[in-house]
Design a protein around this ligand. Structure first.
Ligand code: PMP
Length: 389
């Protein structure tokens, strides 16, 4: 018996880039210590107060189905947070709680695109972007953000791709995984303008919105004429060190939220209610907890800048947010893939090859700032020496 065509299309979309991760695991299993800079996950666990709130909620009886778009009190808290952070009035009706940002990305494309439609996304990209679009049955089309332009996407490229493919949506991500780049105000307003001019839905992945090192996060939904065409993807994974809880959301016009509720009824059946209560408790702790969780990455990005500052072979992309930095290693003459695979074999240091995030990141490697400072410093010192050799 043959399975249907959709998932083979997703599989065929390309390499998943996990080779180095698997190799690192195999070395560790064989007793070889590895400095692992591949994992995009905070190196701390969920705050005990959040876990206690989940525990209490579960014991109080919140263990049943939660139909619909989420607990009203959590939707209100998310709406309030969005209003406070962006200045755009946002109500409960604009919010649906999803099992993580990834499910929100899938839902957004499922709702906005038909099977014959094209969804644009900016590359270098979080690896699930093209495959998520494919999984909905639609067709992904990449818009390269060039290293030479600081990985800032260009409005002209959006307009060109839209007129060539008749795309209906554009997916952007700032602060960005994998580059660590934060889009400038100009980039965001130019891209928003392109969406208005070409009548595109804008899907704005803002899961790293609490990790901006210079200035403040700007949500394109807050720009004139954008709230009605923007779908924001949010998540507690990175802002609150809750990756395993699977708690994310969509901020969107009411009709998108109500369509997402229909999709949820036919897929997830909603999000675990005591997890939602834990998320509510976390949000009620306000920016203090978010800043505490972001602080190590803010510190380590500076540490990374210092570590590569004198190198003629390793240059850091203009990273200003998220828990990553992208190192340009083109001066070594190696591809990111060869560099990463030699680094794991010879130095037992695991980094992600830039190519696993798209050809636009060729000749780069991504470093996740998720090791303790002393280990990160040692890894970077050895990476710089390795590049020089
Ligand atoms: N978007 C980006 C850019 C990410 O890096 C991730 C996770 N690494 C996600 C979405 C999905 O995160 P989650 O499903 O845990 O919210």
């Amino acid at each position: 018996m043959q399975i249907g065509p959709r998932i083979p299309r997703v599989r065929a979309a390309g390499k998943d880039g996990w080779e180095i991760v698997y190799r690192a695991r195999a070395l560790v299993a064989a007793g070889v210590p590895v400095l692992n800079l591949t994992v995009g996950e905070p190196d701390r666990t969920t705050d005990p107060r959040v876990l206690e709130a989940m525990h209490a909620a579960a014991l109080s009886g919140l263990t049943g189905y939660t139909f619909g778009p989420g607990l009203p009190e959590l939707r209100d808290a998310i709406a309030q947070r969005v209003t406070d952070r962006t200045g755009t009035p946002t109500r409960r009706e604009n919010i649906i709680v999803t099992p993580g940002g990834q499910a929100a990305l899938f839902a957004a494309h499922m709702i906005l695109l038909g099977a014959d439609d094209v969804g644009l996304y900016v590359t270098p990209h979080y690896p699930t972007y093209p495959s998520t679009i494919l999984a909905t049955g639609a067709t992904p089309e990449a818009i390269p953000a060039q290293a030479a332009l600081g990985f800032q996407p260009q409005a002209e490229a959006v307009l060109e791709a839209q007129s060539r493919t008749n795309a209906r949506s554009l997916l952007i991500n700032t602060p960005n995984n994998p580059t660590g780049v934060v889009y400038s105000h100009k980039t965001i307003s130019d891209v928003a303008g392109a969406c208005r001019d070409a009548d595109l839905w804008l899907i704005s992945d803002e899961v790293y919105d609490t990790q901006v090192w210079d200035g403040a996060h700007l949500s394109p939904r807050s720009l004139p004429g954008m709230a009605e065409r923007t779908v924001v993807i949010g998540s507690m994974s990175k802002s609150h060190a809750m990756t395993g809880s699977r708690l994310g959301w969509i901020v969107a016009p009411e009709e998108v939220v109500s369509a997402a509720a229909v999709l949820a009824t036919n897929t997830t059946y909603g999000v675990v209610p005591y997890i939602q209560k834990g998320a509510l408790a976390a949000l009620q702790m306000g920016p203090a907890l978010e800043e505490e969780i972001a602080a190590p990455f803010r510190r380590r990005r500076l540490l990374a800048q210092r570590a590569v500052a004198g190198s003629s072979h390793v240059r850091m992309a203009p990273s200003a947010g998220a828990m990553y930095v992208m190192l340009d290693i083109r001066a070594t003459g190696l591809s990111g893939e060869v560099f990463a695979s030699r680094l794991i074999e010879e130095e037992h240091i695991a980094v992600m090859p830039g190519e696993s995030f798209g050809a636009a990141a060729a000749g780069h490697v991504r470093i996740a700032l998720t090791l303790p400072d002393d280990q990160l410093e040692e890894a970077l010192r050895r990476i710089v020496a390795f590049a020089q050799a």
